[in-house]
Write a protein that binds this ligand. Structure first.
Ligand SMILES: [Zn+2]
Length: 98
């Protein structure tokens, strides 16, 4: 049996304040870090905008909302719209065919 070191626990409380990522990849033009999120907590709104293709999205925020939350919300919305668009395309295609 080897010796047990009592204090081998690493201090994990190195809470470095990393500035939160506020620039993301655009879902439309796919430019890296072209999408920025600005959160206005006073107004309770977040503005997401791509400086390359000018895509915009606005969302409501609370005091816990982080830019990445707004981004993922936008992403979800875009996924949904994309699905709707596809569904519509399929529908229109079948209408055209008949
Ligand atoms: Zn873009």
């Amino acid at each position: 049996m080897g010796k047990r070191k009592k204090s081998s626990r690493k201090p994990t409380q190195t809470r470095v304040r990393v500035p939160l990522d506020t620039a993301f990849t655009c879902l439309f033009c796919h430019h890296d870090k072209s999408v920025t999120v600005r959160i206005d907590r006073k107004e309770g709104v977040a503005q997401l905008v791509c400086r390359v293709c000018d895509q915009r999205y606005q969302s409501k925020v609370n005091h816990l909302t982080e830019p990445v939350d707004v981004y993922s919300e936008w992403k979800e919305m875009c996924d949904m719209l994309e699905e709707q668009r596809k569904a519509k395309e399929v529908g229109e295609a079948s209408v055209r065919r008949s």
